[in-house]
Design a protein around this ligand. Structure first.
Ligand code: SF4
Ligand code: SF4
Length: 128
């Protein structure tokens, strides 16, 4: 499961993710991270069975944790199956099916945003 973890660094520089990994023994896969002097936003992937434990402990440590079930949305009425999104996505979220229609494995999305400007019909948006 993908979790978006946001935390403030004003309260200190405690390494939340490292601490939770050590405490729980759960291996956390960091898929994307933006961290500056004031705050951090990290997209992590955790095993489904450990999701609640990780979420609760990170919340206790002061982070805001959101579950991302569907990070990217495709408007099927706008999509013309042109395939422009297929080549730009680093995670291979998009592919063609046997009828040359676009299909998505949105669980692979790491919210990099590269596909949004590539779509000529504004059919793609990030789920907030
Ligand atoms: S946001 Fe990035 S990872 Fe997600 S579908 Fe678009 S290009 Fe792929
Ligand atoms: S780039 Fe946009 S219009 Fe083209 S296949 Fe992808 S979502 Fe559909």
């Amino acid at each position: 499961m993908k979790l978006l973890v946001t935390f403030s660094r004003k309260k200190g520089r405690e390494p939340i993710i490292a601490k939770v990994v050590l405490e729980t023994g759960v291996l956390i896969n960091v898929e994307r991270a933006y961290i500056d002097a004031m705050e951090g936003e990290v997209l992590i992937d955790v095993p489904d069975e450990d999701y609640m434990r990780i979420r609760d402990r990170m919340t206790e440590l002061g982070a805001i944790v959101s579950l991302l079930e569907h990070a990217i949305r495709r408007d099927e009425h706008e999509c013309i199956d042109c395939g422009a999104c297929v080549g730009v996505c680093p995670q291979e979220v998009f592919s063609f099916d046997e009828d040359w229609k676009i299909t998505m494995r949105d669980e692979r999305c790491v919210i990099c945003g590269k596909c949004l400007p590539a779509c000529p019909h504004d059919a793609l948006s990030l789920v907030q």
